[in-house]
Design a protein around this ligand. Structure first.
Ligand SMILES: C[S@@+](CC[C@H](N)C(=O)[O-])C[C@H]1O[C@@H](n2cnc3c(N)ncnc32)[C@H](O)[C@@H]1O
Length: 237
């Protein structure tokens, strides 16, 4: 429980705070951090430069119990040979699951606006023999994906960071192949971890944003304790 609180406090800072935590992590108390948190655009500029530090947070084995990566990937349902973009890939937590799902004939585009994160994933891909993972730096407002170029898009704990979500959603809709699926995973308002409450978006809002971009969106039925999953599919015609 105590460990969960500490991880929660770290993720609170990771997803909403202005700086990485000091040696003594802050309490998992959003009110105590209100002064550090601004509007959504500010979140894109948060300090994710110390990738080795964030790896201890994002890749903490204790995360698996509540993140349920196998369930998340099963909902996204990438298949062998497919191209998947993981946007805001961080330290590559989801890459081991995605690379397994698409196999050697597939490709994972691990995209992040923080160059240190991308360098970290590139090194990790070499070390872990993820031969189909390509790590790339992207700008905060554009994933840089080709039109109808990807089968699946995964965005975990990152949607609330985007400076212009409507424009970004339109870009993702264009990047998906017909029948392709996108999953947005983010913290619920009452989760004991995540960005400050005022920066959180509820699942219905995310679904509406994706619907406005021309995708068919729905809130997934899942068992994650602290997050929701919104799935959005590009119509085939
Ligand atoms: C809270 S971390 C989540 C990392 C990863 N998805 C995970 O679940 O472990 C958010 C990540 O999104 C990245 N990020 C923030 N804004 C972004 C943007 N506009 N485009 C791409 N990446 C972004 C950050 O650099 C950071 O690595």
């Amino acid at each position: 429980m105590k460990r969960l609180a500490i991880v929660g406090a770290l993720l609170l800072t990771a997803c909403g705070g202005a700086t990485k935590p000091s040696a003594a992590p802050p309490p998992a108390d959003h009110a105590a951090h209100a002064g550090h948190h601004g509007h959504h655009a500010d979140h894109a500029a948060h300090d994710f430069a110390d990738a080795a530090h964030w790896a201890t947070v994002f890749d903490d084995p204790a995360r698996d119990a509540w993140q349920k990566p196998d369930e998340v990937v099963a909902l996204l349902a990438p298949g062998p040979g497919q191209i998947v973009a993981d946007i805001g890939a961080g330290t590559g937590y989801f890459e081991r699951y995605l690379t397994r799902a698409v196999g050697g004939a597939g490709k994972i585009l691990a995209l992040d606006s923080e160059p240190a994160m991308v360098a970290y994933i590139a090194q990790r891909a070499t070390a872990e023999l993820w031969s189909n993972v390509v790590a790339q730096v992207v700008t905060a407002d554009d994933p840089g994906l080709p039109t109808a170029g990807v089968d699946r898009v995964l965005i975990v704990d990152t949607w609330h960071h985007l400076p212009d979500r409507a424009r970004y959603a339109a870009r993702l809709a264009a990047a998906l192949r017909p029948g392709g699926t996108l999953a947005v995973v983010d913290f619920t308002r009452d989760a004991p971890m995540g960005p400050p409450v005022e920066a959180r978006l509820d699942a219905a809002t995310v679904a509406a944003e994706l619907t406005a971009a021309g995708l068919t969106a729905r809130i997934a039925d899942e068992s994650l304790p602290h997050q929701y999953v919104v799935l959005a599919t590009k119509p085939t015609r």
